[in-house]
Design a protein. Structure first.
Length: 65
């Protein structure tokens, strides 16, 4: 395995773990602040929109190469 392949895998695994951890943080924040269903929806929508933007950027870069 080359260094470039390792870096690619490590970034995907590391970012996946980070997104899961951020999801836990957002869930805990919503639970402790008693955000309710709509508040939790907004919190996870914003987190999901950020993750979608990151993934879309990578797909767009691969598509344009």
């Amino acid at each position: 395995m080359s260094e470039a392949e390792f870096s690619d895998w490590a970034m995907k695994i590391g970012l996946g773990g980070l997104v899961i951890f951020l999801g836990f943080i957002v869930w805990n924040l919503g639970k402790e602040s008693k955000a309710g269903k709509f508040g939790m929806f907004i919190l996870f929508f914003v987190l999901g929109f950020g993750v979608f933007g990151f993934l879309f950027k990578n797909v767009l870069i691969e598509f344009l190469k």
